[in-house]
Design a protein around this ligand. Sequence first.
Ligand SMILES: [Zn+2]
Length: 279
Amino acid sequence: MKLLILIGMFILGAVLGSFACCQAWRWRYKIEGKKSLGKRSVCMSCKYKLKWYDNIPVISWLMLRGKCRKCGKSIGWAEILSEVGLGTAFAMLGHVYVLPMVYYWSVLMTRPMSLVILVATVVLTLIMLVVLTILSVYDAKWGELPVILLVLAVGLGAMILGLKVWSTVLDGGDVIQLLISAGCGVVIMAGVCWAIYKVSNERLMGGGDWIMALAVALAIGDWWLALWAMFMANLLGDIIMMPSLIQKGNHVIHFGPFLMIGFVMVIWLGSALPSLFNL
Ligand SMILES: [Zn+2]
């Protein structure tokens, strides 16, 4: 049963990761004013209409070794990375939230308001991860971040914080303290990204990264966890990007994916969302 839920969450994440990649392409086509791609997915180089069996997340990519069935052109790494990445993220959230929710269902039913807040928080967090994935894929492919999606991410982050405020009020907790902590988290994540962006003259960090950091900081709503998320994102970003930095000299780090990893890690390790055990 446990394993089934985790596998289910992974599959849901992988499907949405595949969807996120599609959405990134569709946004691009819309912005460039090109003709829409139609309902079915197509190969970007030869316009071959993908069959259903070319469209299974992760498995199809592995079977075709990342190449188009017809023209053999590379599909790209963003697709497989976002499918596996989002699948893993969903499974991790399933582990810390969905499993306990199933386990404590009878207890939770006695606190319907808290249950609603909890479910809403988890759902909004999953949606936010999808939006962040679309942004990351878009950034990796075209080096830009669509403003509407950034606004959407910040909106989702603010809503998640709003739910946390609501649950704190219900529990009779200190709302002011929560807001101060969330504010400090915003300064730590968005402030630092913005400073790096300004000081490095856009060489180290792009202009949209601090807005993504703002969205994540709002959703985390805690200065200590925000610091950890930032630390993990930077550490991973430096380790993974260092070889290409040395090779190519100045190069903008695509910070989005690392920000997401930091975000998911603090949710998993630190339970950034309102804890079940406070209910
Ligand atoms: Zn093709």
